[in-house]
Design a protein around this ligand. Sequence first.
Ligand code: FHN
Length: 423
Amino acid sequence: MVKADQVKEWWRQAKYGMFIHWGVYSFLGGEWQGKRTPFVAEWIMARENISREDYLDVAKEFNPEDFDADTIVALAKKSGMKYIVYTAKHHDGFAMYHSKCCQDNIIDATPFERDPLKELSSACKKEGIKLCLYYSHAQDWLHPQGYNLVTRDNKALDFDAYLEEKALPQLEELLTNYGDIGLIWFDSPIIISKENSQRVYDLVKRLQPECMINYRIGNECGDYYCTGDNQLPSTPMDVDWEMPGTTNDSWGYKYYDHNWKDPSETLRWLVRVNSRGGNYLLNVGPDGNGLIPAESANILEEVGDWLSRNGQGIYASKIAPMPTYVREGVEMTYRPGKLYLHIFDQCDKEHIPLFCIKNKVKKIAILSTGEALTYEDRDTPVSQLHEHILVINLPKEKREKYATVICIEIEGDLEFTTMDKLS
Ligand code: FHN
């Protein structure tokens, strides 16, 4: 395995991570001077045109004493998430760790006297969860030379000054003072030059060569691809990629956004991302006290409980190397010698057909219980597109809550028939 692949192996196996959007905006909870922002909560400073002075006045009230890194890491672990991506600095420019190169940070500009990132770093290390950091390297609404896609003429800015004075020194302290960092999650590289993307990339790799970098560093740099937010590719993509997703409709805490994805929908997002070869980075937005909303925590725990019984079909799984035209509500993942069919309620069939597979079947069972399922291995007339078809019997009473995983053990590596192979 080449070095680059070795570095990525933990991430490729992980399949599921926790995104944490937490900042001064969390204290506002999506509202400014009595007006509810129609945008995502973490954009409130730019979208509601809050001045630097007013935003730092809000920071003077931000004292999240209920923040508890052990509780957050324990939730990630119980939810089956293998890495955490924490907003060290979002577009607002406010550092959610003790930055020595800029006073706009949670220690120097709030009454809070602890460094949450230090606590998160030790909690992750204790529990074997990879600590990763989000850093908005282009937009910065508190620094006069940082890009602001809402209220500034960005072409007039001395962006190099911003990089030299803030972004590069902060990345240096983040990659020096908080232990091993699994990856840096850059964001909104809309107008950053190729040279500057490369400068940032080189700095990260100089300080921590094994730290992965996402494609949102800009200009085709980066170690893995990021889809758009909550944007699922329609077909499998056999590259390293990740989809960031929200549990409701805002990344930052919005006290009035209760549009939570329930456990079934959350699980379906996870399985559909994984079946297409990607990692799912699912977000939580702690409130102004540092607490993750109970509704979202409960949903994550429900999905984690399912994963504790069915994780074999998710972690380290690959794209099933065969046509995925299975029925609506059926997703496939694969490990050598095992094919997993994830059956959601959207498929109400008791007889699940599986086309194309040529291998000799050793066993078909419900993954979570090991209970064998009966099946028919029907030869089909040569005129049909497929030499034979498996029909698996899944009685309604054997279905599991949220999704049932059927594990098909086969002899040898997966072989299948496709139209082009029939010619
Ligand atoms: O503008 C940000 C947004 O606030 C949030 O951080 C998302 C997460 O993927 N990234 C950008 C929008 O894509």
